[in-house]
Write a protein that binds this ligand. Sequence first.
Ligand code: NAD
Length: 485
Amino acid sequence: MNRQIPFPTDQVLIAGRWQAPANGQSLPLFDPSDGSELTRIARGGSADVDAAVHAAQSALDGAWGLLSATERGRLLMAMSAKVLEQADELARLEALDVGKPYKQGRADAVALARYLEFYGGAADKVMGETIPFANGYTTLTWREPHGVTAHIVPWNYPMQIIGRSVGAALAMGNACVLKPAEEACLTALAFARIAQDCGLPAGALNVVPGLGEEAGAALSSHPGVRHVSFTGSVAVGTLIQTAAAKNAIPVTLELGGKSPQIVFADADLDAALPFLVNAGIQNAGQTCSAASRILVERPVFDTVVARMAERYRALRVAPALADGDIGPVISARQRDIIQGYLDLVRDNGLHVAAQATLPADLPAGGYYVAPTLVADVVPGHRIAQEEIFGPVQAVIPFDGEAEALRIANGTPYGLVAGVWTRDGGRQLRMARKLQCGQVFINNYGAGGGIELPFGGVKHSGHGREKGFEALYGFSALKTVAIRHD
Ligand code: NAD
């Protein structure tokens, strides 16, 4: 497969114009599959962010702000169709940029199209209420866009995260400034070109690639921004919330997790097994909702570990375009972080139940990590508490519902959880008591479920994206009280 990138990559998009960043600087972008420099991207800075925020405000005051909800919806639908048309190309770019196996990149492109379709269809279906109130009044509510919204996106699922945040924000009539991650921004640039081709008015979507501490920090603290949507680490999420607080604006923070899948002894193990492993190793474990902890009731503990181990040994690690089960991780830095946890596993003498072998012919400069299954982990161990963001799962034994809940809820995070049991009462008890934003019973992830509101509690963040709920997050409710006789 070719490695050509069919558009200039070292530019920012402001007010519908692709241009060099104000400082004229660029940053290298690496191919994680072999560590080579793929291309260079713009090193956007505060001057570009400022121009982008003003361009977005002008779009709101001009052509973009004048469109009806139905017209915005049609534009999103057109963008959806074009994304689908270009899904193969987007998957190729994502494979080169993120190191994601091609078929996973293609699934992400299809998800992006689906987000645009969903939010395009929903754009003119967000309604207000009339409220019974005192005699002599008619009172009603409607939803208005915040104005300029900032979207700070990580490198792990660029297309899906752009779909769920920019898609919903545009549907509600906001104008967006998108700051993709410095490690991966090709599909963000390709998406912006698709939006332009479909006739999205200039300034409705501006893109400023650059470093987090430069472009990202300038964007999250800009006084013209009225809402920030962020997905990434807890540390940066905290900085962003602090910056946003200074401007008294709302933020949506999606900060990852340490999500459990809980397997009771009465579970249908044949149904559970593929989900237990896939949800841990998908995207080389670099998934906010990765099932990085597997809690197993003691009577079936050995069986589950043995069957998971069998799957681990069969996993094929390969360069992204060779389309194996797992590609490289995003960067040398991320590989070293994960390796640090694997060293800890070794130094603490933990039980490695299985480790996939890395093929000898992997490109030498690539950022590969051997997927590793660690069993009999105590719940308080660092690998059962901290987000590793790599293909490493910790399997933890438990006895009974109460202990399962204690362990499941016993981390700083609370994003999603899976429960495998045939007992209906237990399904509901667990769903009620698990501290997280989504619970999956006898499945995990519901196939991506873009219709399903998503977000966390505790250190996993707050606010909801995906589903209809995101449209409420990207809008402000206005109440109107009319006094009459
Ligand atoms: P990060 O939080 O540093 O980066 C995410 C995004 O925030 C990027 O676009 C980055 O440029 C931007 N950013 C960084 N510093 C910023 C700042 N000061 N102000 C504004 N924006 C800023 O994440 P990372 O360094 O790429 O990864 C570190 C860890 O974060 C990972 O190991 C993982 O645990 C976690 N992470 C979670 C998710 C998720 O989906 N929740 C995604 C990526 C990373």
